[in-house]
Write a protein that binds this ligand. Structure first.
Ligand code: ADP
Length: 490
């Protein structure tokens, strides 16, 4: 479907305590289609007063037992399955809305929404399986270890996978029996609001799930300091993550942080090259490079270096920029003008910082897209990892390439980043694969692949990439407290 066919608006109120409401202040802000710069929705600009209402609703739903300990696990499970079913029913509309709000490709958005539905099914299953433990403590006593929901959770999510990141937190939190206040990114509030209408429709009790739209400092920050919030789960930048950790320390709020990355992508000479080249390119340029685990630090064994860089440039040259709704397009716009300017800033300073340009693509030629926030893909050669583009997270379609001499050298370079989210290793030698995978200090390591993150598995970072783990059963730990009940039998 062509971009200009969309004059439709997606204006919405926000969802607090089972009601659709405006901000107390009456303020609003616009959501923009990044491919065209057009306003597609106006939504409430929440602040401390709206967060206060949402937290009160979530607290009341939790404390009164409308969810959590006094709701049966079967009922929670049934409602999560019902949410999944509605997400599947609305799949195409949700995917299109995601494209219009954040700029990604329609096929990728559909895959996101499919995973959102699966995520709710997966955690619907877990809701009835959060068994505790009975450790032996001798003949005269009995110890019961029981899982209990942590309470009211503030869930703060970014704009690169808006609905998927929301589901990644909402589904395990609700399965665990928590009540939530979801704060979508200001750039991409629309699918979170659609999720609210689904939650309402399937009959989740009022106050269990709330959405406050708005900006980080106005609508996110108040959740950090409100004593009625027990837990913050955040996905976003390192700077904001550090601030959240510090602020939450005062009340000892539980915190899960999924932050940035500068993930090494190591290509050994014995790799299957066709796979390695295409996987490396999609691991950096997929989702316009707006991926926290993008394998943008490409390290290539010296003996194949020249061959690899020319093939990487060739694959990159086939990328076609445009609207994510156009089926011929293979890279969409960045999410906002601010993000475009940030990425362009990195690219502009790269030559003077010691990086050599190996490839730079073109902007889209369609005149309807001149107001869009496009940045063409580029590939840069760096001899060491001193230039900023080889050290800092860019969150755009920018790849650096550096040769290495040996396994030790690859590991040293791969571990030189302050981050530790992910790494990709391309080799046909199982020993080399496992030696490197064990030595890299990162939470996720792909061998002969880049970026898959099945909901049943695990996600999370070492070092500056975060605190805690998401996905799989691991995410549930973030929303549970464990209690020891000791019974004297003597
Ligand atoms: P990015 O730089 O990728 O936009 P951010 O870390 O700034 O990432 O934003 C991720 C999420 O965190 C967004 O929902 C944003 O509104 C929110 N946020 C930003 N600043 C704060 C803050 N001080 N307190 C709470 N949430 C914040």
């Amino acid at each position: 479907m062509a971009e200009h066919a969309h004059s439709e608006r997606f204006d919405s109120q926000m969802f607090i305590g089972g009601q659709w409401v405006d901000a107390v202040s009456g303020a609003t802000f616009d959501s923009i289609n990044p491919a065209t710069g057009a306003v597609i929705a106006t939504v409430p600009r929440g602040d401390v007063n709206d967060v206060g209402r949402a937290v009160a609703a979530a607290r009341d739903a939790f404390d009164s037992g409308r969810w959590g300990q006094a709701t049966s696990e079967r009922e929670r499970s049934r409602l999560l399955f019902a949410i999944a079913e509605e997400v599947r029913r609305e799949r195409d509309a949700l995917a299109e809305l995601e494209v219009l709000d954040c700029g990604k490709l329609l096929a990728d958005a559909r895959a996101d929404i499919d995973e959102v539905a699966f995520m709710f099914e997966y955690y619907a299953g877990w809701a009835t399986k959060l068994a505790g433990d009975i450790p032996p403590v001798g003949p005269h006593a009995m110890s019961l270890i029981v899982n209990e929901p942590v309470g009211v959770c503030g869930l703060i999510v970014p704009w690169n996978y808006p609905m998927l990141m929301a589901a990644q937190k909402v589904a395990p939190a609700l399965a665990a029996g928590c009540t939530v206040v979801l704060k979508p990114a200001e750039q991409t509030p629309l699918t979170a609001l659609r999720l609210a209408s689904i939650v309402e429709r399937v009959g989740v009790p009022a106050g269990v799930f709330n959405v406050v739209t708005g900006f980080g400092v106005e609508a996110g920050e108040p959740m950090l300091t409100d004593p009625r919030v027990d837990k913050i789960s955040f996905t976003g930048s390192l700077a904001v993550g550090r601030h959240i950790q510090r602020t939450c320390a005062d009340q000892l709020k539980r915190v899960t942080l999924e932050l940035g990355g500068k993930s090494p992508n190591i290509i050994y000479a014995d790799a299957s090259l066709a796979e390695a080249i295409s996987g490396t390119c999609s691991g950096v340029f997929g989702n316009q490079g707006e991926v926290c685990s993008a394998g943008s630090l490409v390290l290539v064994e010296r003996s194949i270096y020249e061959n690899v860089i020319s093939q990487l440039a060739e694959v990159a040259s086939e990328i076609r920029l445009g609207s994510g709704l156009d089926p011929d397009v293979t890279m969409g716009p960045l999410v906002s003008s601010a993000q475009r300017d940030r990425v362009q800033g990195y690219v502009a300073s790269a030559p003077s910082d010691g990086a050599r340009c190996l490839y730079a693509g073109d902007l889209p030629s369609d005149p309807r897209l001149t107001e869009g926030f496009f940045v063409p893909p580029s590939i840069w050669e760096v001899d060491d990892l001193a230039p900023r583009i080889a050290r800092e997270e860019i969150f755009g379609p920018v790849m650096t390439v550096t040769p290495f001499e040996s396994v030790d050298d690859a590991i040293r370079l791969g571990n030189s980043t302050e981050y530790g989210l992910a790494a990709a290793i391309w080799t046909s030698d199982i020993k080399k694969a496992l030696t490197t995978a064990r030595a890299i200090r990162a939470g996720v390591v792909w061998v002969n692949d880049s970026q898959p993150a099945p909901s049943e598995s695990m996600w999370g970072g070492y070092k500056q990439s975060g605190v805690g783990r998401e996905l799989g059963p691991y995410a549930l730990d973030a929303y549970l407290e464990k209690k020891h009940i000791y019974i004297n039998l003597s």
